[in-house]
Design a protein around this ligand. Structure first.
Ligand code: UT7
Length: 317
């Protein structure tokens, strides 16, 4: 069972959409600045009744339904988030309860910021290999609108809310698998926890993080390709963390790659940290662009600092 297969996906986005024009009425910014520097046009913000856990439950429910599996088939539930509404129960435990996953199914949250989904998928695969079981539910969810300073134009224009979920299976069929993960403790991206009494919104040294990202992204991608003996030509999709269109463009150019394989949706959702990769995977699957048998690489980078890449096959639901 050396391979990893994506079986089904789900997604959930808050109804409220915030445009660049909306933000330009709140801070000194413009649609032109935001689109040129980031590629972002709109993002979603949670309403009063929504949070990272409610979005996670909706996305996970959809992925489980589409997988055709029963709740008892799920052997572990891992949720990646940095904006959980509660310290405990974790979002993963809230999903476990809502979806009636079996009590023997370990459920835990992982915080690796924007690399969270890749870390979460790696943790889930490790749990399946260690504890046994065939299927894992992996979720990325965020309510970053609750962590931003709405008066800080350098960050408030970037982030949005959302959730994506994926059911993965260990596979001995033709599915590939490789993973790389890394971390370098650094405050370049910071958001306060309970000790900060809720008064430390997200701050980011954008230029330093940009330099880090354009190095970490191709390095992680090359590492998982080397491990599998595959080349970029063998991949059907590369799903990167959706922080900034220019970071992906830079990577495509550096690798002399086919830009059409690098999925982008930050124009509609902004940067949703741990949710960005599974939201993108779900869009690819829902629109039929992701086809059974295809090979996918996902690459995350961001707060921590953390980075990671994972390569798997798509079975399809
Ligand atoms: O998800 C985790 C990973 N995150 C990332 O990968 C993000 C990486 N960084 C970036 O994507 C970019 O650095 C940003 C999009 C965050 C910023 O773009 P930049 O080209 O690095 O701009 P900058 O921060 O150097 O700011 C340039 C100018 C500054 O004005 P001065 O000093 O040149 O007069 C800023 O004050 O743009 C100003 N500025 C803005 N102007 C209008 C900053 N934010 C805004 C804004 N609207 N929203």
């Amino acid at each position: 069972m050396n391979g990893l297969q994506l079986i089904a996906t789900g997604g959930a986005l808050p109804e409220r959409t915030v445009t660049n024009e909306d933000l330009s009425r709140m801070v000194d910014t413009s649609d032109e600045w935001i689109t040129t520097r980031t590629g972002i046009r709109t993002r979603h913000y949670c309403g009063d009744a929504e949070n990272a856990a409610t979005l996670a439950i909706s996305a996970a429910r959809q992925a489980l339904e589409r997988s055709g599996l029963a709740p008892e088939d799920i052997a572990c539930c891992v949720c990646a988030t940095l904006s959980a509404p509660d310290a405990t129960p974790s979002v993963a435990c809230q999903v476990q309860r809502a979806l009636h996953l079996p009590e023997g199914c370990p459920a835990l949250d992982v915080n690796a910021a924007c690399s969270g989904f890749v870390y979460g998928a790696a943790v889930a695969r490790g749990l399946l290999a260690t504890l046994g079981g065939a299927y894992a539910l992996v979720i990325g969810c965020e309510a970053l609108s609750r962590l931003i300073d709405p008066a800080d134009r350098s960050t408030c224009v970037l982030f949005g809310d959302g959730a994506g979920a994926a059911v993965f299976a260990l596979s001995d069929e033709d599915a590939p698998f490789a993973v790389t993960l890394g971390a370098r403790g650094d405050d370049a991206i910071h958001a306060g926890g309970p000790d900060r009494k809720g008064s430390a919104p997200i701050t980011m040294d954008g230029k330093a993080v940009f330099r880090f990202a354009v190095d970490a992204l191709p390095r992680s991608l090359n590492k998982i390709l080397q491990e599998t003996g595959l080349t970029l030509d063998d991949l059907d999709w590369v799903v990167c963390h959706q922080a900034n269109s220019r970071i992906i463009d830079h990577c495509v150019k550096h690798l002399n790659a086919d830009a059409s394989k690098f999925y982008k949706n930050m124009d509609r959702h902004g940067n949703t940290s741990a949710a960005s990769i599974p939201v993108a995977l779900n869009e690819l699957a829902e629109t039929g662009k992701l086809k059974p048998g295809q090979k996918v690489a996902c690459v995350g980078f961001g707060g921590g600092l953390t980075w990671g890449g994972i390569l798997f096959g798509y079975k399809g639901d």
